[in-house]
Design a protein around this ligand. Structure first.
Ligand SMILES: NC(=O)c1ccc[n+]([C@@H]2O[C@H](COP(=O)([O-])OP(=O)(O)OC[C@H]3O[C@@H](n4cnc5c(N)ncnc54)[C@H](OP(=O)(O)O)[C@@H]3O)[C@@H](O)[C@H]2O)c1
Length: 301
């Protein structure tokens, strides 16, 4: 009997929270960074589910620009929940303050929940998580490991295509994640009937060194791809001389020089426990990317 009353009370609370959220917040979901590696996957999935979505970036119908705060309020007007990806990276100086400022605008505009993309083992990103959560307590953090798609859509796609991936030397293992898994997690968070705060720490299923990851991509795709480990100093010098933007060089130096000290050398089971299926392996990722021709067509970017 006591159990029955407890369950009924929980159901009432849930219904109250649900009604409360639905009454106060619209069903419109904004996706900041709509053309990004995670953003476009999240937009596609939400649209396939028939959700009302507002893609947001510098070129969207309603523009959103991190460098132009006056665009934030119009972009978030009427939005109930928002997926927030900060560009170029949450670990950069000034990022926590900017996402905090955005959260304040979001809260004032009636946004009830932010789902924030974050990086593992990065104190600056954790500060950003904290600041956003202080403003909007219903924030859900998706704290991710390195993306597999960095090799197919991101920084190192052209290197894989050219057959030589030169990176700062490290023997630390990383649990690379497939962004199709990450996007499913984000969509799960954005579409919970009763939005809940919290943290999803997401990784792929295997710990791999960069050498092993690139070897797996080479074997699966049947391409000749060589991993060239470069001392960090030499990497930074070459990147600077090659015209890589200074903040990106600093970011890579920070990631390879500090964050990759073994602190992230463990996998989580978040994908499996939330989605009810195993996380995708780098072999599966490489097979799909290869089939799609991303390294063959000459359009890897
Ligand atoms: N790469 C990784 O392995 C990794 C791992 C963990 C976490 N993260 C986090 O992932 C985030 C980046 O996400 P992503 O890799 O999906 O992004 P991405 O592929 O680099 O795309 C960046 C997105 O942001 C938009 N953008 C760029 N500059 C902008 C500006 N000034 N104002 C508004 N929008 C802007 C771009 O759209 P337009 O150019 O069309 O405006 C694009 O949609 C970072 O915060 C990083 O901390 C990355």
């Amino acid at each position: 009997m006591r159990r029955f009353w407890r369950q009924t009370a929980i159901q009432k609370l849930t219904t109250w929270q649900l009604n409360g959220f639905m009454e106060t917040h619209s069903e419109l979901i904004a996706v900041i960074g709509n053309t990004g590696k995670t953003g476009h996957r999240v937009v596609d999935r939400l649209q396939q589910q028939g959700r009302v979505v507002r893609p947001l970036g510098r070129s969207t119908h309603i523009p959103f620009d991190w460098d132009e705060p006056e665009t934030w309020e119009p972009a978030l007007r009427g939005v109930g929940r928002a997926y927030v990806t900060f560009a170029p990276d949450l670990a950069l100086a000034g990022a926590p303050e900017r996402v905090e400022a955005l959260a304040r605008v979001a809260a004032a505009s009636g946004v009830g929940q932010i789902v924030l993309l974050s990086g593992r083992g990065e104190p600056e990103a954790e500060l950003a998580e904290q600041k956003v959560t202080e403003v909007l307590p219903c924030t859900k953090i998706v704290r991710s490991s390195f993306f597999m798609q960095n090799f197919s859509e991101g920084a190192w796609a052209q290197d894989v295509q050219s057959g030589v991936v030169a990176l700062p030397e490290t023997s630390v293992r990383e649990p690379f994640i497939d962004l199709d898994d990450l996007a499913d997690i984000v969509v799960h968070a954005l579409t919970e009937r009763v939005p809940t705060p919290g943290l999803y720490e997401v990784t792929g299923p295997q710990l791999l060194t960069f050498a092993e990851a690139i070897e797996e991509i080479a074997q699966t795709s049947g391409r000749s791809v060589e991993y060239v480990p470069v001392p960090l100093d030499g990497f930074v010098k070459a990147a600077n001389e090659g015209g890589v933007p200074a903040e990106i060089v600093d970011l890579l130096a920070y990631l390879f020089g500090e964050v990759m000290d073994g602190r992230n050398e463990h996998v989580t089971n978040t994908i499996e426990s939330v989605l009810g299926r195993p996380a995708r392996t780098i072999g599966a990722f490489a097979a799909d990317a290869s089939r799609a021709g991303v390294w063959a067509r000459g359009d890897a970017a």
